[in-house]
Design a binder for this molecule. Sequence first.
Ligand code: GTP
Ligand code: MG
Length: 392
Amino acid sequence: MPYAFIGVGQCGGAIIDSAFSDRFMFRIAVPVAVNSATLDLETLVNVPRECWIGISRERGFIPGTTPGFGHLVSGGYGKNRKLAEEHALKFRDTLREVLLKALGAEEGAGNIPVAVVAFSMGGGTGSGAGPVVAGLLREMGIPVVALAVIPATHEGGLSARNAVECLNALVGCADSVVLVDNQKIAHSDTMEALFRSYNRYVARGICDILTGTAREGIKAEEQSYAPVLDLKDMISATTFSYGGRTLPGFAALGRASERTRGFLHYLLPFGGYREVDVVSLLYRSFMKLTLSGVAPEQAEKNLALLRVPTAYLRDTGRINTSMAKEVMEEHSRIGETHFGVAMTKRNIASATVLLTYRPAQISRFVELEKLAAQHQEVSLKVLEEYERREEE
Ligand SMILES: Nc1nc2c(ncn2[C@@H]2O[C@H](COP(=O)(O)OP(=O)(O)OP(=O)(O)O)[C@@H](O)[C@H]2O)c(=O)[nH]1
Ligand SMILES: [Mg+2]
């Protein structure tokens, strides 16, 4: 049974669209794009209409192939998170039905090994309906990884408030949360111009981990000595257990890659393949984390996946896995690391890491909370001002 890869709202849709630009993804996952605005859905290039779900104010969640879809699904929520959440909860039954159909799992979702649900927390649709979608999948027994985008500081108080409320809702609805912080691209005058490449970066990282944990295509003899990651690793690397209760961890994603074959391959060692310095690949991935204000060595636990061409896996010693593992252990406060190697058919070596934190370690959460409180205060002041005038 394939994975579910669901994008909610404009940002979530754009991220999964990017993930499915790699056609291989269609072999291991099913895309679904949920939105309240047909215009947003029409911007998707890789996710076909059969994989769309619209939110109609009258009819709830409807499949993309519904006649008159464009009329029924229009307008969006314009950053009104509360209203999007309210509608999603009100039409939860239609969501269940339409979602199972879109996932090709009408008989039940029991066999879906994991669902990734991507959305931004600063807007309306994704921020409001994203956690509802995640919660529903989790209720069906599917492990849920939320890919949640944090608004940049300059986006202001309303976006921050939506994000704070979304985070509060999310805690009960996801097994793990991977954070994608737009503050990382906020240095640009036109942050929006960087969305495409940022989405591609995030999608690649997540797809690497998912395809790296999908055992299909990896023959045992080819895998030889290298450790393998499975989905359980992915979930436990990003979840905390307290007694009998589990709570999602908050993970930052990092990825670095390099070419393994140059034009001058006849001058290079073993069949034209360069030596891969996995330690420096890992350090480069730490420098490109999707979350600002966290120290890589302060992560509670972590996961790392190396992907290398098959040739590297054939015999021992081609890549130094024990050094890589040691580096990862040094970057976990409790010494818990989940480490694996998978092969790729491309001439590329990559390291993808997830570094997991507790909320108290994330300074961006404190910033969001402050910004959100300012927003609320300002609006209330305005209200008071008007009320006073009316009383006078
Ligand atoms: N990283 C990234 N962030 C995005 C992208 N598109 C929008 N955002 C961010 O997402 C937030 C806005 O959310 P959207 O996803 O556009 O909103 P929505 O879920 O469609 O909700 P509506 O308000 O109903 O339109 C802001 O914080 C944007 O900076 C994207 O493609 N990539
Ligand atoms: Mg929108």
